[in-house]
Every structure is written in C-alpha cells, then in structure tokens.
Design a protein around this ligand. Structure first.
Ligand SMILES: Cc1cc2nc3c(=O)[nH]c(=O)nc-3n(C[C@H](O)[C@H](O)[C@H](O)COP(=O)(O)O)c2cc1C
Length: 318
C-alpha cells in the first residue's frame, strides 16, 4: 500500500496508518509494539477529564509515556469545556504532543452523562470543548462516529464544526452509535465528512487487511486509516500496511510486552493486560482455542508464560 506523511503543524506523522485508541489495550507497551510494527500514530485509551483532578495511580498508568514513543497522543473524554481545558493544560498531559477528544464512545454511562457520542447531538458544546482544548497550545484532534442513529447521520456537519473550532485532524468511525461495533462501515458518510473539510481525516471501521484499507481510502478519499480490533488480533497488520518485514513470533511479542510492562506497572496489571492481549492474539492462531479459558485462570506470570509457550509454540511470524 502507498503510504504518505501527514502534517499537523509542528508534528509530522511518518505515515497515514494509525492504531485506534482502545480501553484496556492501548497502554504504553502496546503502543510501542504498534510503533515498532509501523503504525504512524497511536493513542492512549480514553482518559476521563473529570477523573484527572485526582492524580491517582490509575490515571498516571493510563497516561504513561516515555521519549521512546515518537509521537505522543492522549485521548480525553469529557463534557465540560473548562474541565477539559484544565486537563489538556495539566501536568499529566505535559509530555503529550496531541490531545484527541473522544466524541464517539457509545457506552450507556458515558452517553447518558453527555460525553462521548452524546456530543454528536450537541454541536455548540462540542465546539466549546475543542476550542477549550486548543487553548493548551497542543495539536487537537477529534474522533467521532457518523451519528447517534443510523437514520440520522451527521458526519459532514460535525466534521465542518470541528474544523471551524480549530481541530487539526479528524478520525471518523464509520458506524453510528446504534450500530456499536457491528457491520461494515458506512463509506459514504466518511466520504461526506472528508469532502466537508480541508484538514486531514483518518477513516476507521472494519479494517483487517491491505485490501480493506485500500478500499476505505478509495471509497472515502480519506487521508489515512485507523485500525482497531484487528490490530489486537494481528499487530503485524501495521507491518504489512507499511511494507515492513517483522520476523517476530506471537510468543516473542508476548514475552517482550510482559518485560516492558513490568518495567512500569505492577504485576496484577501486567497479568491482566497480557491475558487480554494473548486472548486476542489467539484468534488468528490455529490450535489455541483450548488454551483460551486456561489463560484466564493463570494467577502468576510464571504460569502464564508456560501456557503461552505451549499455546503459541515457536511459530514463525508473518
Ligand atoms: C474494547 C474496545 C475499547 C475501545 N476503547 C476506545 C477508546 O478508549 N476510545 C475511543 O475513541 N474508541 C474506543 N474504541 C473504539 C475503537 O477505537 C474503534 O473506533 C472501533 O473499534 C472501530 O474500529 P475497528 O472496526 O477497526 O475495531 C474501543 C473499541 C473496543 C472494541
């Protein structure tokens, strides 16, 4: 696939292939893996701006980054422009180059509190949030869905508002809130959003292969693609999309991820993360089904390692 750089003011993305923000997965070690595989941009999982006033361990963990992460993007969730501004300007986000605003989360609690995808129905508030985050002086991007209901898409209008409010880039998940994560993306709505703005736009939803990514770019005119769930099953997708060769087995990935995670996180967190990642990686690995349940019964890293070694063996990467 032909890739291209994306210019966002003082930051240049080395390519137009991004890893989607994903709660429970896109912690620092996973973002480093995606970077190594070739992803040009990765985001932290969503972090609640309201919760950031408590500088607790959980928030620090979500916002952990180091200089080894070339481009640092944190995703904020919230509905109050003042609180969002405070979070964007705060100490915990100091190391980040990019603030991404979550305007797509469909989860009922989030939606009911006026955050995430609820903002698709409140353009003035969404605009005020973007303007507030821009006051941090950082690059501000917005990730949103094509609408709340399938029969009331708002992608173009929403994209236009974001650009006018000062957003530097958009990521559009081509499904409505009512569709959650099911079915193919709506290419037409992403295309309408792209046609409505002149800032870069990444298209997201259902990309599992080079063919899917090329189809997405062709049908939408988007500047790049963002991959979600399929990158958890198959992180090599970034190597294929960017034309790299990575000779690394899934087992090696898991041992490296464990070692990196242990440098920064406590053991219970590392066990939970590696179990979840291993379960996703097993989806694409034949003969691992019988190990899946057992993984969740492991309570120590030694036990987990023995099981992963048995499950993944010494298979070749790619
Ligand atoms: C487990 C899970 C966690 C997610 N967490 C976030 C999140 O924190 N922020 C966000 O903007 N989107 C989140 N998403 C949505 C993804 O970023 C992405 O938009 C969605 O999965 C569609 O892309 P895909 O079809 O390639 O998976 C999450 C999705 C899943 C399945």
């Amino acid at each position: 696939m032909r890739t291209k750089e994306i210019y966002l003011g003082r930051v240049t993305l080395p390519n137009n292939i991004a890893m989607a923000p994903m709660a429970g997965y896109t912690c620092y070690p996973f973002r480093m893996l995606c970077q190594e595989m070739g992803a040009g941009l990765c985001f932290t999982e969503m972090v609640s701006a309201n919760a950031l006033k408590y500088q607790d361990r959980a928030n620090r963990r979500l916002l952990l980054t180091t200089k080894d992460e070339k481009i640092r993007a944190a995703q904020l969730l919230g509905d109050d422009p003042r609180i969002m501004e405070r979070a964007a300007c705060g100490e915990l986000l100091e190391a980040f180059d990019i603030i991404d605003i979550n305007m797509g989360c469909p989860v009922p609690n989030v939606f009911k509190s006026g955050q995430g995808s609820a903002l698709l129905a409140d353009l003035p508030k969404a605009e005020a949030i973007i303007r507030a985050c821009k006051r941090s002086g950082k690059i501000v991007t917005v990730k949103f869905r094509i609408g709340i209901r399938e029969d009331e898409p708002v992608a173009a209008e929403f994209a236009r508002m974001c650009e006018q409010a000062g957003a530097d880039m958009l990521s559009v998940h081509g499904r409505s809130r009512s569709r959650m994560y099911d079915g193919p993306p709506c290419y037409e709505q992403i295309q309408l959003a792209k046609a409505a703005v002149s800032i870069p736009l990444l298209a997201n939803g259902g990309i599992a292969s080079i063919e899917d990514a090329e189809k997405m770019l062709e049908l939408t005119g988007a500047d790049g693609v963002m991959v979600g769930r399929y990158a958890l099953e198959d992180p090599y997708i970034f190597a294929r999309l960017t034309g790299r060769t990575v000779q690394k087995s899934r087992y090696t990935i898991l041992t490296e991820q464990t070692a990196l995670a242990l440098r920064y996180y406590d053991e219970p967190f590392v066990i939970a993360y590696i179990r979840n990642l291993a379960a996703y990686l097993m989806k694409k690995q034949k003969g691992t089904k019988r190990y899946k349940q057992k993984i969740y019964q492991c309570s120590s890293l030694e036990e987990l390692d023995m099981l992963l070694r048995a499950a993944f063996g010494e298979e070749e990467a790619l």
